[in-house]
Design a protein. Structure first.
Ligand code: SAM
Ligand code: SF4
Ligand code: F3S
Length: 465
């Protein structure tokens, strides 16, 4: 194979499948072909898209944010809620029109949706203009699939099983070099009764500590300031999550670390102690509670009670009274009464989250909850969601007040919404902070004294030294 290997821009040795496709591309296109990639869903999918981009870039593709200029369109899909499904099918209608204008356009649909057999069946039957279909395991085989389409005009529909795990040790082409996500594990074993993720992402498997640390070291060496460790339940990381945090904390450099997500059944005092004691770990915990009612939590198969959840919160607040929590909540779970929903509202007041991510329950075929009667109408679910968000807005505004007069470390990333001259970024506590400062400060840590709390952010000014 050695004589087949050529070096790509990153200095890596290209594999034969990538060489084969890049040669075909060179013979077909006068200019490097453009790829438009649209990512739906969570941070894990964004990270997968960056892997796909790395493969495509090795093969000679460049990237565009305009689908009408693209030679290849990739939709990396999400299956977590019905509306994510609907958006993909909706967008495909528009891409079909582009394909009618340009028959050489290649359309690829991949990700969590196409890991489901019923979706692959629909793609095969009714979406003949989609050239490549694969699920959550196949990114590494993309050059072979594209070659098949380009060279032989064949449509490729492949569903991969967990035997294709090698795709997981792939490089990412990151568009943001200052903030980067690093997957530490894949899959999920929890089978929350409403959730499709374990079915489309398989069982949990953890990356080696050394692989994660090497990647973090490289990113930091290249100027990265914020690393987000990714996993559906980072607390069940096989080699010990707190140990991993300690190892990362020991890496030299001016950077901070976040992580997503923690499952309350596995998050304990040790985690809170680590967050509070390790200087590079952000002082914030995203701890999805889903519901504030024990009966609903049981039906959701979450394996903790509200009391157990509150024990973690109380322990953290004992150690640091202003400790920051955010959470996920589902409203309108099958059989949820208004009283049970009110228990969730009570929990919001009891915990005082800085922010919540709330969703209306969406029935996912194949999950346990899909067998329960979805007896809350869409209209009711919408009303519950609005009620919850309104309640939270007041809590956020009052609770963020605890930071007024304090100085926080902020990593500004963009222009602010507050007005001319403002820039905006997140504090270690994961709270948006806006302050007046030159755009040259973007992407560097700034100490900001907080002067005002709003219901969506904090307002501050650069601290006088
Ligand atoms: N693994 C993470 C966890 O357990 O916190 C998050 C996984 S999921 C991608 C993100 C959020 O989507 C969940 O916390 C849950 O609130 C929501 N979610 C998952 N399935 C849902 C469904 N069927 N309907 C509505 N929301 C759902
Ligand atoms: Fe879904 Fe539960 Fe796994 Fe999170 S922990 S991905 S909600 S099954
Ligand atoms: Fe993420 Fe959606 Fe898949 S939330 S894991 S992209 S189902």
């Amino acid at each position: 194979m050695k004589n087949l290997s050529i070096s790509c821009g990153s200095g890596d040795i290209l594999s034969p499948d990538r060489i084969r496709l890049s040669q075909l591309i060179k013979s077909r296109y006068a200019q490097p072909p453009a790829c438009y990639i649209h990512t739906y869903g969570c941070a894990q999918n964004v990270s997968d898209s960056e892997k796909i981009m790395h493969v495509l870039s090795d093969c000679g593709y460049v990237f565009t944010d305009k689908p009408e200029n693209a030679d290849l369109i990739v939709l990396n899909t999400c299956a977590v809620r019905e509306n994510a499904h609907d958006r993909v099918f909706g967008n495909l209608g528009g891409f079909k029109k582009l394909k009618q204008k340009n028959n050489d356009l290649i359309i690829c649909v991949c990700g969590c949706m196409t890991q489901q057999k019923q979706v692959v069946d629909i793609m095969e039957k009714s979406y003949g203009f989609v050239d490549v279909v694969f699920g959550t395991y196949g990114a590494k085989q993309l050059p072979d699939m594209l070659y098949e389409v380009m060279k032989n005009g064949k449509r490729v529909v492949r569903s991969f099983d967990e035997g294709d795990l090698i795709s997981e040790e792939m490089k990412q082409l990151r568009s943001d070099t200052v903030r980067a996500s690093v997957p530490i594990m894949y899959g999920c074993n929890n089978f929350c009764s409403y959730c499709i993720v374990p079915y489309v992402r398989g069982r949990e498997r953890s990356r080696e500590v050394s692989a994660v640390c090497d990647e973090v070291r490289e990113l930091v060496g290249n100027g990265c300031k914020e690393i987000t460790l990714l996993g559906q339940n980072v607390n069940s990381y096989s080699y010990g999550f707190v140990k991993l945090l300690e190892r990362i904390n020991d890496i030299e450099g001016d950077f901070r670390v976040r992580f997503l997500s923690s499952h309350p059944k596995d998050a304990g005092r040790e985690l809170i102690d680590a967050i509070l004691s390790l200087d590079k770990v952000c002082k914030h915990l995203h701890l999805p509670v889903q519901s504030g009612n024990d009966e609903i939590l049981k039906k959701m198969n979450r394996h903790y009670t509200v009391g157990e959840y509150l024990k973690i919160v109380d322990y953290a607040r004992e150690k640091d009274p202003s400790f920051s929590f955010t959470t996920d909540i589902i409203v309108g779970f099958p059989g949820e009464s208004y009283e049970q929903f009110c228990d969730t509202k009570k929990l919001l007041h009891r915990v005082r989250f800085d922010n919540i991510f709330s969703y209306v329950y969406s029935k996912r075929s194949g999950t346990k909850a899909a067998q329960l009667e979805d007896n809350v109408s869409d209209k009711e679910k919408g009303m519950l969601l609005r009620e919850l968000l309104e309640e939270q807005r007041d809590i956020t505004e009052k609770w963020l007040g605890r930071f007024v007069g304090k100085t926080l470390t902020v990593l500004p990333t963009e222009k602010g919404r507050t007005g001319e001259g403002y820039i905006s970024g997140k504090s270690d506590e994961n709270i948006i902070v806006e302050f007046k400062g030159g755009e040259r400060l973007i992407n560097s840590f700034v100490r900001v004294k907080i002067i005002k709390a709003m219901n969506w952010a904090l307002l501050g000014e650069i601290e006088d030294k």
